[in-house]
Every structure is written in structure tokens, then in C-alpha cells.
Write a protein that binds this ligand. Structure first.
Ligand code: MN
Length: 203
């Protein structure tokens, strides 16, 4: 079953950009709740299969998508950040960003605007589109809405209020500005290279 992954850094390691209090709650409470929810949904689906009673299926399908989405998104989000992050990507990822978004500054602006304009809870996502063989940015609602399948996530930014409110209150822009200082481009580049090389066989 699903388990909460350990972080590669301490809860205090991303300060001052993200406070230790936010990190601890976000990882040990919020992310844990999605892990638990995904496991519960899988258990109930197994139960439905064994009893043959699929009456609750629409709710279970929604629960699985929401909680597993939350588990997946957070698992990547932690790895997308590093106390030694920030700056700009280099190499193949930098070239691909240039091809798909004009240049890094324009990419950064679009990604930021996508994050800032989410209505309610959601994520800004840079993904490799395995069908079009290109990079795209998506506004992901809740943990699972508004994103087609076959988009391989490379970089995610959590724009739920639990991600920033204790520290930044309603000033989302300051959170996003601070977050760019944490982006682990080594991790994002490694994801891009794998997705780019292996995804064509998936569609
Ligand atoms: Mn979150």
C-alpha cells in the first residue's frame, strides 16, 4: 500500500522561504492524510470486488483520484525542492524550455501566472506531454482536475492555502517568489531526461 515518503531534508531546511511549521504540518499531517485516504479507497474497492457490491463506486473512484493525486503531487513537490535550489536549469531542459516557452524568463512568468490565477485549491504543473512531445504548463485543480492523462509531471507548485497561509497569509505572490529560490533543477532535469527518452512508447 501507499506510504508517506521521508523528506531528503529537515523541516527547517527550506527556511526562510518555507517555515519549519508549514513544512511539518504539510508533510506529517496533510500529505499523510492523502496517503491514508488513497489506502482507504483501495481497501474499499477491494471490498467492493469481493462482495460484488459496486454501489459506492462513483464515490470511491473520486476518492481514489483525489487522495492518490494528493499523494503523488506532494511526493514530487518535496523532491522538486532543495535547500540548495534556485537559479535556472541548464542542458537539455534549458533548451526545451527555450523551444517551448521562448526563454526561461517567459516560462517563469507563465508558470507564476498559472499559479497565481488558480481559483480555489490547486497546483501549477510543468509536464512533458507524451503525445505532443513537448513541454506544457497546466493549472491542476484540487489534486486531479483539468490535467489530461499522459502528461508526465516534472515540476509542481502547491498553491493550496495550507502550503503558505501560516507564513504568507493572503500574499500569494511573495510565496511564489520565495519558492523559486528552492526549485531543485537537478531533480527537474533528471525527470525531463527520463520522460523525454522513454515516453514515446507510452502512447
Ligand atoms: Mn499540499
Amino acid at each position: 500500500m501507499y506510504t508517506l515518503p521521508d523528506l531528503a531534508y529537515d523541516y527547517s531546511a527550506l527556511a526562510p522561504h518555507i517555515s519549519p511549521e508549514i513544512m511539518e504540518l504539510h508533510h506529517s499531517k496533510h500529505h499523510q492524510a492523502y496517503v491514508t485516504g488513497a489506502n482507504t479507497a483501495q481497501e474499499k474497492l477491494a471490498e467492493a470486488r469481493s462482495t460484488g457490491n459496486f454501489a459506492a463506486l462513483p464515490k470511491l473512484e473520486k476518492d481514489l483520484a483525489f487522495h492518490l493525486g494528493g499523494h503523488l503531487n506532494h511526493s514530487l513537490f518535496w523532491k522538486n525542492m532543495s535547500p540548495d535550489g534556485g537559479g535556472e536549469p541548464t542542458g537539455e531542459l534549458a533548451e526545451a524550455i527555450g523551444e517551448n516557452f521562448i526563454d526561461f524568463a517567459t516560462f517563469k512568468k507563465q508558470f507564476t501566472e498559472v499559479a497565481m490565477s488558480i481559483q480555489g485549491s490547486g497546483w501549477s504543473v510543468l509536464a512533458w506531454d507524451a503525445l505532443g512531445s513537448r513541454l506544457s504548463i497546466y493549472q491542476l485543480y484540487d489534486h486531479q482536475g483539468n490535467l489530461p492523462v499522459a502528461q508526465i509531471p516534472l515540476l509542481l507548485l502547491d498553491m493550496w492555502e495550507h502550503a503558505f497561509y501560516l507564513q504568507y497569509r493572503n500574499v500569494k505572490a511573495d510565496f511564489v517568489t520565495a519558492w523559486w529560490n528552492l526549485v531543485n533543477w537537478t531533480d527537474v532535469s533528471a525527470r525531463y531526461e527520463k520522460a523525454h527518452k522513454h515516453s514515446s512508447a507510452m502512447i
